[in-house]
Design a protein around this ligand. Structure first.
Ligand SMILES: Nc1ncnc2c1ncn2[C@@H]1O[C@H](COP(=O)(O)OP(=O)(O)O)[C@@H](O)[C@H]1O
Ligand code: SF4
Ligand SMILES: [Mg+2]
Length: 347
């Protein structure tokens, strides 16, 4: 089956200006700086990375809330990047977003019924006026909320319930793709799993494809078929969940994983903790060569001179394994996690 979405070299630069009266552009915030991936029907692509690495900006471009500076987004083979008007509206219906913070993304003055039914204002053909309340009740039921709550207001619900409301609204137009931007990050840990489980159930029920964004690798593992790890506006490693979690090849992924808590004490004992030093550089001043080099313990001269491309490392190219495991590191083949680590356990 062809991909539902093909994202090619997506870039979003925000102009950085100075002066109030005579605004002068003095640089650019390179929020997203060349992101490519495919999304196939019914699958979940997890995107992870620290705060500020460009995840939300990617999400907004996918649902046409932001226009890319350059690059393309193909939906079922059709370039949707430059669409406007009715053509854009038709595509948007199939790509919906669930927002990060259910406390601020729901209008406090609207009832749940109006919030969930709001997409029908834009697409009345999906639910004619007389049929709306029935549809909304159905949606509430589908996300595990009592349909009798249709006239209540957001403040009468818990965080988890509010995110269910957000999900119901995302489902209203029966989309094929849901872009979920950190849908559980604002929720209590105890509630996070419930919302993730609900999203998995809905995926099976409606054949949805997800772009599931998180800053925490442990949340994404459970739900993702493939994972892309972002750093400073780019994907630095991508592969199936097993490849990323059990055989990470990019030093940044290795560091992120080493920070994920491990419940098993023996496994914890076995593990080398990699502490990243220094701060993430500003997206207005991205380092030359490899953008991760200022924090990378493996960095050497070549890293400052040459941009590593996201590709399958040469030593791992194997005709028998069609799955791609790409890494944007010049030294991705090296098995050892940390210099001096005798176990070399990631290899
Ligand atoms: N409208 C904007 N104007 C200028 N800079 C922006 C804008 N939106 C986001 N940024 C910057 O782009 C970078 C990426 O932001 P964002 O996509 O929100 O990251 P994430 O979701 O991974 O935390 C950040 O440095 C942020 O400050
Ligand atoms: S290319 Fe160099 S700096 Fe970049 S991740 Fe690989 S070793 Fe580190
Ligand atoms: Mg964000």
């Amino acid at each position: 089956m062809p991909p539902l979405l093909e994202v090619r070299d997506l870039v979003k630069h925000y102009p950085l200006t100075r002066g109030v009266l005579f605004r002068k552009q003095i640089g650019a915030v390179k929020a997203v700086d060349g992101v490519s991936f495919d999304l196939r029907p019914g699958e979940t692509l997890g995107i992870v990375g620290e705060s500020g690495c460009g995840k939300s900006t990617v999400a907004k471009m996918l649902v046409s809330l932001e226009r890319p500076t350059s690059g393309r987004i193909l939906y079922k083979g059709e370039d949707i990047t430059g669409l406007s008007g009715r053509a854009l509206k038709a595509v948007r219906r199939n790509i919906q977003m669930v927002f990060q913070d259910p406390y601020t993304s729901l209008n406090p003055r609207m009832t749940v019924g109006d919030i969930v039914g709001e997409p029908f204002d834009i697409h009345p053909e999906v639910a004619p006026k007389g049929d709306r309340r029935r549809k909304v009740r159905e949606l509430l039921d589908v996300v595990g909320l009592n349909p009798e709550y249709i006239n209540r207001y957001p403040h009468q619900f818990s965080g988890g319930q509010r995110q269910r409301i957000g999900i119901a609204r995302g489902l209203a137009l029966n989309p094929e793709i849901i872009v979920a931007d950190e849908p559980v990050s604002a929720l209590d840990v105890s509630v996070q799993a419930q919302v993730v489980n609900l999203m998995e159930k809905l995926q099976t029920e409606f054949g949805l494809a997800y772009v599931f964004i998180a800053h925490d690798l442990s949340i994404v593992r459970h739900i993702s078929d493939r994972v892309g790890v972002m750093y400073l506006g780019r994907i630095v490693e991508t592969g199936t969940d097993t490849e990323i979690y059990d055989h990470p090849t990019h030093p940044y992924t290795q560091a992120l994983l080493s920070a994920v808590p491990v419940p098993d004490p023996e496994a914890r004992e076995q593990r080398e903790r990699i502490l990243l030093t220094g701060d993430v550089p500003s997206p207005t001043g991205i380092p030359s060569g490899c953008r991760f080099r200022t924090r990378c313990w493996k960095a050497r001269e070549r890293c400052a001179l040459e941009v590593p491309l996201l590709a399958v490392p040469a030593a791992f190219r194997d005709a028998d394994t069609p799955a791609r495991h790409d890494s944007a590191c010049h030294f991705a083949e090296e098995k050892r996690v940390v210099p001096g680590d005798p176990r070399g356990h990631t290899g």
